[in-house]
Design a protein around this ligand. Structure first.
Ligand code: MD3
Ligand code: FE
Length: 217
């Protein structure tokens, strides 16, 4: 058996599905990066713990968030913004580990977006019942760059609409190890996450983490 065939036989499966023009779902793309990815996340969350932010409307989000990278997404009563400093600690957000950046760049490249250079990774934590309402991601300056998302832990139903809030969302099940790339025309599509169902994931326990890599400048 050649080394190459052996490598292919032992590699976890990854398949590719086009959800819309510019939106590609790479199932299982995390693959062998899984253990190192989870270890890196543990360090990030140790330095910048998950917190429930408050929207400008005064509602506490059911999803808990943290960030790593040169800036992080934050919301409070005064609005949404990217900010270089974690408001809870007064310190810069943890550095984005090379492993994470590289994984996002490889996924973007596979989806046809070469040279993706994210400066922010927003990390969302869903416990059972947590959800994210339909929204657009438009706080970034550069809509030519895609957003890359990595799902870990419990599966979620992702709601994928269109350019108008009223466009009926299609549903996609995002599972542990899946990576999705949202670029081109789909970059400004409305999207959200249905309330997380109860469950227990063998590695991640009773939660779902989602990482979104963004180029904000
Ligand atoms: C489609 N997060 O953090 S990731 C978000 O699963 C967010 O936590 C969801 O929406 C989550 O803003 C969905 C998938 C995703 C991310 C950004 C997109 C899909 C997108 C931007 C444009 C279109
Ligand atoms: Fe979003």
């Amino acid at each position: 058996m050649t080394a190459d065939l052996f490598a292919r036989l032992t590699e976890r499966q990854s398949s590719q599905e086009v959800m819309a023009e510019g939106a590609v779902l790479l199932r299982g793309f995390v693959g062998k990066a899984e253990a190192e990815l989870i270890a890196a996340l543990r360090d990030i969350v140790g330095a910048a713990p998950f917190r429930h932010m408050v929207t400008p409307g005064g509602h506490q989000m059911s999803v808990a968030m943290t960030n790593c990278g040169n800036a992080g997404w934050v919301t409070d009563r005064t609005g949404y913004r990217y900010h270089a400093v974690d408001p809870e600690s007064g310190k810069p957000w943890p550095t984005m580990p090379l492993l994470l950046r590289d994984l996002a760049e490889r996924a973007a490249g596979r989806a046809g977006f070469g040279g993706f250079a994210p400066d922010v990774c927003l990390i969302n934590r869903y416990l059972p019942g947590a959800k994210m309402s339909l929204h657009q991601d438009k706080d970034e300056l550069d809509f030519a760059a895609p957003i890359v998302s990595v799902s870990l832990g419990l599966p979620a139903i992702f709601l994928f609409g269109g350019l108008k809030r009223s466009d009926k969302p299609r549903r996609f099940r995002l599972e542990h190890g899946d990576i999705a790339v949202w670029g081109g025309p789909s970059r400004l599509f409305f999207h959200g996450v249905a309330p997380l169902a109860d469950g227990e994931h063998p590695i991640m326990g009773s939660q779902r983490l989602n990482l979104t890599f963004r180029k904000i400048r």
